[in-house]
Design a binder for this molecule. Structure first.
Ligand SMILES: [Zn+2]
Length: 271
């Protein structure tokens, strides 16, 4: 069972995890997506992160890295984040190309970021040619094995698709379709503290079974919360910081950049 109480908390320091998501980068860095320049807003977000959190321990991208998922888009992203010197990790979203995506481990094995005494488990919920998400049964089996090995750590789980309803009909039809299967595994372990997702382009907090579920703003365009139909939001791009304490507690904050928003084009009704 949970062995976390046997940890010597004195030997550990606070760990800082930064989540960015839904950069929707184009093949051409000067191209526009839904009225925004994804390249510029991504760079502005990264500059804010570097100013506020120069010593962050990991940078995690939770998918939809590319809107135009070609090799050069992924290469440009990797070159950029490599120049920041943060340890960088990424999981794919529905807009990504699974054949070109720079996974940190070979599928279906989930990736793990070691932030001792925390561990971040990275799941792939993207399925080729699907907007909604699904975690393959083989990956769920491996997740369970990993969780058994990580019972003395505090755990964060990340996937692109939201496993919990956003109360927006249009986006909830594109959620993680087998969220119930995932939650059945999660509820067997009492050291899982956080589930992170992207996909919904909005900040949200939900508690379930003593696990905090967070979604995070896109580094680009935002979707308005609790809308039945596709609706863009007039709010700046952002990212999330998680400060993970050695005793298993944590704090989190969403930061938004200073950014002059383009006027919403009312003819845009999807993406
Ligand atoms: Zn997205």
């Amino acid at each position: 069972m949970n062995k976390v109480s046997s940890y010597n908390h004195q030997t550990h320091k606070k760990q800082t995890l930064i989540q960015i998501t839904d950069t929707h980068l184009m093949a051409d860095p000067n191209a526009v997506f839904l009225g925004h320049s994804p390249e510029q807003t991504f760079h502005a977000v990264m500059q804010d992160i570097q100013q506020r959190y120069p010593d962050a321990n990991a940078l995690l991208h939770t998918g939809d890295l590319a809107q135009e998922s070609v090799e050069s888009t992924y290469q440009r992203y990797q070159d950029y984040v490599a120049s920041t010197r943060y340890p960088c990790f990424q999981i794919p979203g529905n807009h990504d190309n699974l054949e070109l995506f720079p996974f940190s481990t070979a599928l279906p094995q989930p990736g793990v970021i070691d932030l001792d005494p925390w561990a971040v488990i990275l799941l792939n919920s993207a399925v080729k040619n699907h907007i909604d998400g699904f975690i393959q049964s083989e990956q769920l089996y491996l997740l369970e094995q990993q969780l058994m090995q990580l019972e003395d750590k505090f755990v964060v789980i990340a996937c692109h698709h939201h496993p919990i309803d956003m109360y927006s009909q249009w986006i909830d039809q594109h959620k993680l379709k087998n969220a119930l299967e995932l939650k059945k595994i999660l509820q067997r372990f009492n050291n899982i503290k956080v589930v992170l997702c992207g996909h919904v382009h909005q900040d949200s907090v939900n508690m379930w079974n003593q696990i905090a579920f967070f979604s995070t703003p896109s580094t680009c365009v935002q979707f308005k919360p609790r809308q039945q139909e596709f609706t863009l939001d007039q709010i700046a791009p952002g990212y999330r910081c998680l400060s993970l304490n050695p005793d298993g507690s944590f704090t989190t904050q969403v930061h938004r950049i200073d950014y002059e928003l383009p006027t919403i084009d009312p003819t845009i009704c999807g993406y």
